[in-house]
Structure formats: C-alpha cells, structure tokens
Design a protein around this ligand. Structure first.
Ligand SMILES: Cc1cc2nc3c(=O)[nH]c(=O)nc-3n(C[C@H](O)[C@H](O)[C@H](O)COP(=O)(O)OP(=O)(O)OC[C@H]3O[C@@H](n4cnc5c(N)ncnc54)[C@H](O)[C@@H]3O)c2cc1C
Length: 460
C-alpha cells in the first residue's frame, strides 16, 4: 500500500521512477484517446447563434467541438466563475495526493479563443421565445441553446450543516473545493485522535460521481492502516440504497472489499440532520425500495449515530432556474431532480428541438461523470450541427460512463458501463471486477492531462 502516494509526494524519491509512472499513465491515456476518437468532426458552413449555459466540463468541451466544426461560428458561453475546477481531483485533494492548486485554472485560459465569454449567470429560461434572462446583462436570445449548468448541491436539505460551515464538528464534504481541503486537513489529524468512530454516507438522489463517497471512505481507512492505527477506529458506511453500486459485478466486488477492510455497511439509511456540537447524526431508516417516491417529510424510523468524523454528500438536483422551467422533467416534492428532458440517444430536448443538453444536468439514465461527457460531447456537437444544417441528427450516445473507484492508495476498480448496466470496459480482456495499479496510474497521472489537453480542447 502507499506505493504511488509516496512516489507522488514524498521528497527524495527517485525522479526517474516517477517519470516512468507518468509516462506509463500518459501512454495508457493516449491508448484510450486513440480508441475513443471519433471520425465525424468535419467543418460546416452553417450559421447560427449558439448560446452555451455553463462553462464547466461539458460547456467548454462543447465550445471546443462546435467552434471546430462550424466555419462561421457565433458562440457565447455564459459562465459566472473566473476559476474552472477539475472536480474529479477533489477526492485526491481530500486524500492528500493532489494539491488544491493542481485542479484550479482560470476559466479564460480554457475557453476557445473564438468563443465569447459572458461572465454572468442565467436566472430564467424562456424556451418558447428562444431567450433567457441573466442576472446582470438582461435578456439574451439564441437560435440554439446548449444547456450544461451541471448539478446543484442542495446542502439545505441536510439539517444542521451548511456549505459554509463544512468542517464544523468534524463534519465534511469533499464535493466542495474548499470542503475538500478542510477534509484533507481533518484526515491528516486523525492519528492525533488515537481512536474514534468514523462514518461515511452517500445520498438518495442522483449525484455526480456516485463512486466518490466510497472512494473517500476506503482511502481514509487505508490511511489509518498506513499509520498502523486502523484497529483503534470503528468505520461505518451508510448507503441510502439497498446496494453499494450497480452494475452488480462492481457492487459485489465492493461488498467484498468493505468486508475485507472491516468497514460495516448499513443500507437504506438517509442522513436527515447533524448536530455538529454533540457530534450526532440522525438517519431516516428508509423502507424497502418501491415504485413510490421517497417522501422527505415522511415519518421514518430514526437512527441516531455518534461520530468523531463524518463525511456526507448533499442531495443534488438540477439548478433551480432549470428545475422551474419548461425544459425540465416535471418533479414531485420527494424525488427532486428536475433534470433536462432529453432524448437519451441524441441528447436533443424532447419538446424544444433547438435545445441540447448533456453532462450532469441532463436527464440521461446513466452515471453523471466527466467520463460520460467525454463520450457525449462529440456526439451532441455533431447532432447540433446537423440540426443547424436542417438535417436529421443521427448520432446516438450509448450511455457510456466510467467511475474509477479508488479502493486504496495505489489501486483502482475501474467501473465502466453504459445504458441498462451494460459493461463497456476499455480493455475487454481484463476482468473488470479486479482493482489494479495501472488504473491508479491512469487516475493520478493520466486523467487530468487528458481532461485539460484532450477533452476540453475537443480532441477526443
Ligand atoms: C468529488 C467528485 C469526484 C468526481 N470524480 C469523478 C471521476 O473520478 N471521474 C469522472 O469522470 N467524473 C468525476 N466527477 C464528476 C465530474 O466532475 C462531473 O460529472 C462533471 O464536472 C460535470 O460537468 P458539467 O459541465 O455537467 O458540470 P460542471 O463541471 O459542474 O459545470 C457546470 C458549470 O455551470 C455553471 N453554472 C451553474 N449555474 C449556472 C447559471 N445559472 N448560469 C450560468 N452558468 C451556471 C457553473 O458555474 C459551472 O461552471 C466527480 C465530481 C466530484 C464533485
């Protein structure tokens, strides 16, 4: 254990060994790019005013593809933030493998030069008259809209803690950039505790990177083993669902890993509130899964758990301006969501044919990951160009998503799948249910350069 962690960070390690790992990981990344590169990026003379809402992973990737595909492009990105974050790196910040600075870049350096940036945020969508409202620049009109504002994290749905107070009472969430650093500092201090009760949990809604709550649990456990104090800590993982993961092949392997590592798993527990001063978490014990949606205010049996360290994930939904508009799948109080209603193949809106949506905000029946966006974006961009040309969009996304579940320092279980839980491994002859060092190398050294130099530039 800890082989790569050391080679990444500890001073005095041999440079050539690190270079060997990096070259290996970049080679693997290169092989993946070569395997997945599409051949349908050709230049079109069609003209249209395109507005992209959101300059995150999906927004910048779409801007890159579209400005490449269209000779006379008129593309505007609306994005309020001056800093763009590589969010898959947050887990590795919390685990002390990446520094926070490594995953933050100025937005302006990532937006393609010919694309206009409107530094603003959208407050309302009016798809019936092809306009939207911004906070500072008023009404903006478009011919075609690329809707990619990501997930909204609903911290207000967990009583007793807010995004601003993360860290209080040793309650953490590394889904927030600052929260990831605070979480890292707390994990560093665990050896000072000498003993304790650590609890980790996920949530009941769809979230971005469903694997991340498990990654941080297993990495923290590994860290305690490295400090030779694992036996003094009781670690529990509270899942909201009846399983750890789908497809089953990965869920089964994770059940075994949690057992081997003596992390007790409790199912159907939803975090309702936290008392940060008393260090008590209150969970709703959820009923067996049924077709009925989970009511937030239902009077479920409560389970109170004392903790010394808690890592939780807030429920997530589409941003309010999407949820409250005609482009969303209608929501009920309990199921939240409000994701954009798109065709799962073409990613074109079900009603508004000049709107396309992908990434975390899209109502696609697959996992919300950057890996999914890598596959969605070239298809969505080519389909949008077909629409602008007055042609029928024909390319179909197959639901591919990938979640590299870091199971310990140096090992990753590479979970790749598509619609209907179909396994889609990049290297088909390898048993997918085995965690491997090569996937760790890819995760730590390969994926970030792939993201910045490949995906965000529309090159893969
Ligand atoms: C802890 C963690 C670990 C992860 N691990 C992995 C992993 O290992 N592998 C993987 O593939 N993926 C992983 N992901 C998921 C991945 O980061 C997301 O799926 C991806 O970033 C989603 O891209 P997006 O463009 O849809 O949303 P985002 O990248 O979140 O971008 C949305 C953008 O929209 C902007 N926006 C929001 N509201 C408005 C508005 N009103 N007006 C204008 N702009 C707005 C935001 O400022 C933001 O820049 C992880 C995520 C997290 C948080």
């Amino acid at each position: 254990m800890g082989v790569e962690k050391k080679s990444t960070h500890q001073a005095g390690q041999s440079w050539s060994r690190r270079r060997f790992f990096k070259i290996g990981a970049i080679g693997l990344a290169g092989a993946i790019i070569a395997e997945r590169t599409y051949d349908y990026v050709s230049e079109s003379k069609a003209k249209a005013k395109i507005v992209i809402v959101g300059g995150g992973a999906a927004g910048i990737t779409m801007a890159a593809y579209l400005s490449d595909m269209l000779r006379y492009d008129d593309i505007t990105i609306i994005e309020p933030n001056e800093t763009h974050y590589y969010q898959p790196g947050y887990t590795l910040i919390a685990a002390d493998v990446f520094t926070p600075e490594e995953v933050a870049r100025p937005t302006k350096t990532l937006i393609p030069s010919q694309v206009k940036w409107l530094k603003d945020s959208v407050s309302e969508l009016n798809p019936d008259n092809n306009t939207l409202l911004t906070a500072h620049n008023g009404k903006v009109s478009y011919d075609y809209l690329v809707l990619v504002p990501g997930c909204q994290m609903d911290f207000n749905l967990v009583e007793g803690i807010t995004r601003e107070t993360l860290g209080e009472g040793n309650v953490h969430c590394m889904y927030d950039y600052k929260g990831a650093r605070i979480c890292r500092d707390a994990i560093r201090k665990l050896p000072d505790l000498k003993e304790g009760r650590l609890i980790f949990t996920n949530t009941y809604t769809k979230i971005k990177c469903g694997g991340a709550p498990k990654k941080i649990c297993l990495l923290t456990e590994d860290n305690l083993r490295e400090h030779k104090i694992r036996d003094q800590f009781d670690i529990k993982y509270f899942a909201n669902q009846n399983e750890l993961m789908k497809p089953k092949v990965f869920g089964d392997r994770l059940i075994d890993i949690f057992k081997e590592r003596k992390v007790e798993v409790k199912y159907r527990h939803r975090l309702a509130s936290v008392d940060t001063s008393a260090k008590k978490a209150v969970f709703d014990l959820l009923p067996e899964p049924s077709a009925a949606p989970l009511a937030l205010d239902a009077n479920y049996e409560k389970v109170i758990v004392d903790f010394d360290f808690l890592h939780f994930i807030p429920p997530m939904s589409a941003p309010d301006f999407v949820k409250n508009s005609a482009v969303a799948v209608p929501i009920d109080k309990a199921n939240q969501g409000g994701w954009v209603k798109v065709d799962k193949g073409t990613m074109i809106h079900a009603t508004y044919k000049n709107i396309i949506s992908l990434g975390d905000v899209a109502g696609l029946p697959t996992s919300k990951t950057g890996a999914a966006i890598r596959m969605q974006a070239p298809i969505a961009a080519a389909n949008l160009v077909s629409l602008i040309e007055g042609k029928e969009p024909i390319l179909k996304y197959n639901g591919y998503s990938a979640c590299p579940i870091v199971t310990e320092y140096g090992k990753v279980l590479m979970c790749e799948f598509g619609y209907d839980e179909k396994l889609m491994p990049i290297i088909p002859f390898l048993d997918p249910a085995v965690e491997r060092g090569m996937w760790w190398l890819l995760k730590v050294h390969g994926l970030k350069p792939m993201y910045y130099q490949g995906m965000l530039k529309g090159l893969m």
